[in-house]
Design a binder for this molecule. Structure first.
Ligand SMILES: Nc1cc(-c2cccs2)n[nH]1
Length: 241
């Protein structure tokens, strides 16, 4: 997968060169490039924003640098999926992460200030799929934080990036439920024991206990997820919890 990020704060994306994502890039599983939007400015002040048409607070990002950036980065024969973080976007979730992880080329446009001139998105829709995407119902200074989260959620699903693919199967939101609580050694810590069933070696009982805990946790913290499950997702044993 190729991932391009266009931002006025390229250093904000430095964490993408670390840890598992950095190693995935080194191993060629992803081809990640961060670009400074000011590359495509031509004035002495390298201006990327201007006052909003019609007045109002804040600044809007000018269309010209974005248009030139996309012209430089987009191969018309294989246009990317353009993702534009925005508080006004569709909510990002694990289902979208799974879908994005199957795509060949993602490009992220990090808006700052009060957003990007709308004509940039309108123009981009002529050649690319464009999705405004939100991390949640709160407002950030810019899209960079959202890109860090989305790139991490997507790249960890790419085959080969995570050493143990099994862990993907048991994590929260993979099966529509929150994951069960986890424990490790010591068997007792500050008078708090690991649940006996986890030390029993009885795999069927352990699996049942974990499923029960996942159902209870989901009912307590995310009843909306439970309500959204299709009937066939819950077994008879699940319904007895
Ligand atoms: N979910 C979300 C996205 C954002 C921003 C993206 C770009 C500027 S502010 N805030 N909250």
């Amino acid at each position: 997968m190729r991932i391009d990020v266009v931002t006025v704060f390229p250093e904000y994306l430095a964490p993408l060169n670390l840890s598992l994502i950095g190693r995935a890039a080194d191993r060629g599983l992803i081809d990640l490039a961060v670009h400074d939007l000011r590359t495509w400015t031509h004035d002495v002040h390298r201006t990327v924003d201007d006052s909003p048409a019609g007045g109002g607070a804040g600044m809007i990002m000018r269309p010209e640098p974005w248009g030139e950036a996309f012209d430089a980065l987009v191969e018309p024969a294989t246009p990317p999926h353009l993702l534009v973080p925005s508080p006004a976007g569709v909510r990002f979730d694990q289902s979208m992460a799974r879908d994005l992880a199957t795509q060949r080329h993602l490009m992220f446009a990090c808006g700052r200030y009060e957003g990007i001139d709308q004509r940039v998105l309108d123009e981009a829709r002529q050649t690319m799929t464009v999705t405004e995407v939100s991390l949640g119902d709160y407002v950030l200074f810019g899209g960079e934080v959202a890109v860090l989260a989305i790139v991490e959620a997507v790249t960890r699903l790419i085959p080969g990036v995570l050493g143990n693919a099994e862990s993907l199967a048991e994590e929260s939101h993979n099966d529509g439920l929150l994951e069960a609580p986890g424990y490790t050694k010591p068997a007792v810590w500050r008078d708090r024991p690991v649940p006996d069933v986890l030390l029993s070696g009885h795999h069927a009982k352990i699996a049942r206990w974990r499923r029960d805990q996942a159902l209870l946790r989901t009912a307590q913290f995310r009843p909306d997820m439970l309500a959204g499950l299709p009937d066939e997702a819950l077994s008879k044993a699940d319904r007895a919890v």
